[in-house]
Design a protein around this ligand. Structure first.
Ligand code: GLU
Length: 550
């Protein structure tokens, strides 16, 4: 074991002592059963929907038990850091209502910080120094080449590769060797002296999976990265142990990829004299591809990114509802409001990765939007458009009454409201035609949207309807004028009549109505035409019909 002076000389003199840290971050005073959870994203790229999912689960479990949900930014890998990552987290958490109770976002708050790991360097070093003083960790000067030689030799002997036991050259190095390496200016990392032996088994109870058995850790893992870095930061393993102890986390919710690290984490907690923390390892979000399932991939799947949901404008409650249903399938059977208010239960998580299906999400979302009052729909569209489609904001603001009337078409007072918006970005396609700024007059009677009809007939029919147009009256009265119009121009009144002698007619009633529909809405399919004309008003209807002049 290295003597205290040598160990202390490896670190800055002004590090705190563990006892001070224990005092600075005392156990939290919370009711029995209150869960302290945290979400620990690394700022290494866009926010993944899996991160949103983990954050949601962490926050929900904390809040439903009267606990605390912490956001800790795990930025110890500064080479992989992406600029603007904090802003991205802020945006995503704000949008999906996942702001933490403690953390640096939206503004620094909480007594257990700092909440960026890069600002906790002194804290980690204090504990590394303590472990070294106790002989539970040591400086290792092995170079990359030496490490590669070690694993080559292990492979030749068919031994597990790694830094352990007699394969750990610096494990029991003498003070003289350490001092000589330091004098020679060699960089060093700190390694944990594992007490695990090759081949030993380890078992623990995961809160989600029950008993989990795995090979125990026997590696002297790196706990503090190289002294060549300007700021000495820990590895994930060590930061996890120190932070989750000092932040007084009592349930670590993280994805399954960390399951195999639990043995080393438990060893670190024990060596540091910390009570072990509980874990809930979530199954990762998956994607169906062909006949098989695979992990949702940052690289391949646009829907892996939170931006996908923001840009498309899926309403937040629909996404929340969807994610909650993935977590606890029972909630997917409940109405949305009830599911959002029902706490998640750890015993209801599946162990197979839930499938992310954007078609399903769209259905959920369309159902949800269909239940919203018109002004809420417009508010949703407007908020989304402010960021992603500013022209829509201008249009809504310029036509507030028309917007309300348009959104109510076939949505108010009907048994099955229209479901033409699954996301706010659908507004332009589904409702754009109502607005003069977004509607392009159909002027060409030969336009293919009019179907097979002779262009001169199209022009005549449109002009006739414009000349004789009667706006007032109920739906049947209004539609009677379309029937009359069709009859005047020789269209068959129904398909049956038409089919008996197709050559006798230019088309059937439906084709004549299509002239009106295309001229008024720009499309062959639209909401109920009568209702559309209520929103547009007589003048605009006539103006659009007259536009078909060729
Ligand atoms: N920073 C880790 C990651 O992004 C967090 C894992 C954890 O929650 O402990 O995967």
């Amino acid at each position: 074991m290295l003597d205290r002076a040598l160990v202390d000389g490896l670190f800055p003199a002004d590090l705190p002592e563990p006892a001070e840290l224990e005092e600075r971050y005392p156990p939290r005073e919370l009711a029995e059963g209150a869960l302290v959870t945290r979400f620990g994203p690394s700022p290494t790229g866009f926010v993944h929907v899996g991160g949103l999912y983990t954050a949601m689960v962490s926050r929900d479990l904390a809040h439903s038990t009267g606990g605390v949900y912490v956001l800790r930014i795990e930025d110890t890998d500064q080479s992989r850091e992406v600029e603007g990552a904090d802003a991205q987290f802020r945006r995503a958490f704000e949008a999906f209502d996942l702001m933490p109770d403690e953390g640096d976002i939206p503004a620094p708050s909480g007594a257990y910080g700092p909440y960026h790991q890069s600002a906790r360097a002194a804290i980690y070093q204090a504990y590394v120094r303590e472990l070294m003083r106790e002989g539970k960790a040591y400086p290792c000067f092995a170079t990359k080449e030496e490490l590669a030689e070690i694993s080559d030799a292990q492979r030749t002997l068919k031994l597990p590769t790694g830094y352990y036991g007699r394969w750990a050259p610096w494990r029991d190095a003498s003070a003289e060797d350490v001092a000589a390496a330091l004098d020679a200016g060699k960089p060093w990392v700190a390694r944990f002296r594992s007490l695990g032996l090759v081949g030993e088994r380890f078992a623990f109870t995961d809160r989600l999976r029950g008993r989990v058995e795995a090979e125990d850790n026997h590696n002297d893992v790196v706990i503090l990265k190289t002294s060549e870095n300007p700021v000495r930061l820990p590895t994930y393993h060590f930061a996890h142990a120190v932070d989750d102890h000092l932040m007084r986390t009592n349930l670590v919710v993280r994805t399954e990829e960390w399951l195999s690290s639990v043995p080393v984490h438990r060893q670190l907690f024990a060596a540091l004299g910390f009570d072990p923390v509980d874990y809930a390892h979530l199954a990762p979000l998956m994607k169906q591809e062909g006949g098989s399932k695979r992990k949702l991939s940052k690289r391949k799947d646009p829907e892996a990114s939170v931006d996908f949901y923001l840009e498309a404008g899926f309403p937040v409650p629909a996404v929340q509802y969807y994610l909650r249903g993935l977590a606890n399938p029972r909630l997917a059977e409940m109405p949305l409001a009830e599911a959002l208010a029902t706490p998640l239960r750890l015993d209801e998580f599946g162990l197979a990765g839930p499938l992310v299906d954007t078609v399903k999400l769209s259905d959920i979302s369309a159902d949800h939007i269909a239940t919203l009052p018109g002004p809420d729909v417009l508010a949703g569209v407007r908020t989304w458009a402010a960021e992603y489609d500013p022209e829509i904001v201008k249009v809504l603001d310029a036509n507030p009454e028309l917007a309300l009337a348009a959104i109510d078409v076939e949505r108010v007072g009907v048994e099955n409201p229209r479901k033409d918006l699954a996301k706010w970005s659908d507004f332009r396609d589904a409702y754009g035609f109502f607005f003069p700024e977004l509607f392009t007059d159909v002027t060409d009677p030969a336009d293919e949207r009019f179907g097979e009809l002779d262009p001169s007939l199209v022009r005549t029919v449109a002009a006739d309807l414009a000349d004789t147009y009667t706006h007032e009256g109920d739906q049947p009265t209004w539609f009677q004028q379309i029937r009359d119009l069709a009859a005047r121009h020789g269209f068959a009144p129904n398909p049956k009549t038409y089919k008996k002698d197709p050559d006798a007619y230019p088309g059937m009633l439906r084709d004549a109505a299509n002239v009106a529909r295309v001229a008024i809405t720009g499309a062959q399919r639209s909401p109920d035409l009568y209702e559309v004309t209520r929103a547009l008003g007589a003048d605009e209807v006539v103006r659009r019909l007259r536009a078909v002049t060729g």
